[in-house]
Design a binder for this molecule. Structure first.
Ligand SMILES: [Zn+2]
Length: 350
């Protein structure tokens, strides 16, 4: 067996060979014929923002990385509007060679600050999926709020022995009491990694538990949202004017497979009511929160009037694929460390 390090080196070498040997041109003309790649981005952060953010590293690229990635897409791919993508998917028009659709989930404020200027400069379209209950509110996703609280809890328990047991009592049932034993100098990075690995998206931590932790730590839940902020509605309008199509991503970003049929309908229709006036009817699209869906949920999305729905399942898209379970390719910093690795991933080579 190759070590993880050796495997990573082999992948990098393969990616470089793919880019420079002429294989990429052949690949575009054959494997990518009438196919497209949907790129899935979440957060685009400056180093200072990344040092404070509570998000999983698997949903982050740096602003610098995003800028060179867009320049490469401009050079090597045909970047589609959502309308052109729909036409290719449904067979109305073939996908041009090496077609791409750029998508952003969640409506993070950093998208308007760090991604939009790049897209505007290069005149590239994109799609943005909004969990409408978070837009324009000082409100964090539970995972980011929990991470911010856990960072503060570790620091507080180091400086005050009296806080240690009250914090542990709340964190123990969440399976997070071990964080208080962390000895890392970089508490933030250590906690982000631990929270990401410990808690699945399907088991959200209750607001009551977050509130109890916040109370012991003497912080407000609202203030926790500042390092992981969502757009205002003015920001959304700025994105729209910059050529970004708006789609739905639920109301409260709940994992739809964990809900009753009535709750699923409320999430899907609630976000449609808000985003439909911002989208052309032909291009109203949906992204399943955390990628969880079933055929019944897809049918609800369809009935609600959306035209397509995007998953987080990995892979390229072919003309004729099911429009209610569109595959995407997740782009994050570690998976796209070099231009060659990025292009290989986008083109489905690695
Ligand atoms: Zn999401």
């Amino acid at each position: 067996m190759l070590s993880a390090q050796a495997r990573a080196a082999a992948r990098a070498a393969l990616a470089a060979a793919f880019r420079w040997s002429g294989a990429m041109a052949l690949w575009k003309a054959t494997v990518l014929k009438n196919r497209a790649t949907v790129l899935m981005y979440h957060r685009v952060l400056t180093p200072a923002q990344a040092a404070r953010a509570g998000s999983h590293p698997g949903i982050v690229v740096t602003a610098e990385t995003f800028a060179w990635q867009m320049a490469l897409l401009k050079r090597h791919c045909h970047v589609l509007t959502v309308d052109e993508f729909h036409a290719g998917l449904t067979g109305t028009r073939p996908f041009p060679p090496a077609s791409c659709l750029i998508t952003f989930d969640d409506g993070w404020r950093d998208n308007v600050e760090n991604a939009l200027p790049v897209l505007e400069r290069l005149k590239m379209p994109a799609v943005l999926f909004l969990p409408v209950g978070f837009i324009g509110k000082r409100r964090a996703f539970w995972r980011e709020a929990l991470t911010q609280l856990a960072v503060r809890a570790v620091r507080a328990s180091r400086s005050s022995a009296a806080l240690r047991e009250p914090l542990a009592a709340i964190m123990r049932p969440l399976g997070l009491a071990h964080l208080l034993e962390l000895r890392d100098d970089d508490v933030h990075t250590a906690v982000v990694a631990q929270v990401s690995d410990t808690l699945p998206a399907t088991q959200p931590v209750a607001v009551d538990d977050l509130s109890r932790l916040a109370e012991v730590l003497g912080v407000s839940l609202e203030s926790l949202a500042d390092a992981d902020a969502f757009m205002t509605w003015d920001d959304v309008e700025t994105m729209r004017r910059g050529g970004v199509a708006i789609g739905g991503h639920g109301v409260d970003h709940r994992v739809l497979t964990t809900l009753s049929a009535g709750e699923v309908r409320a999430e899907i229709e609630g976000s449609r009511e808000v985003v439909a006036p911002l989208a052309a009817p032909a291009t109203l699209t949906f992204s399943y929160p955390n990628g969880y869906w079933t055929p019944e949920i897809a049918a609800t999305v369809r009935t609600a009037g959306y035209r397509m729905a995007f998953t987080t399942e990995a892979g390229l898209v072919s003309a004729g694929d099911d429009p209610w379970s569109v595959r995407r390719v997740n782009i994050h910093e570690a998976a796209t460390a070099s231009p060659a690795m990025f292009l290989s991933r986008v083109m489905g080579f690695l």
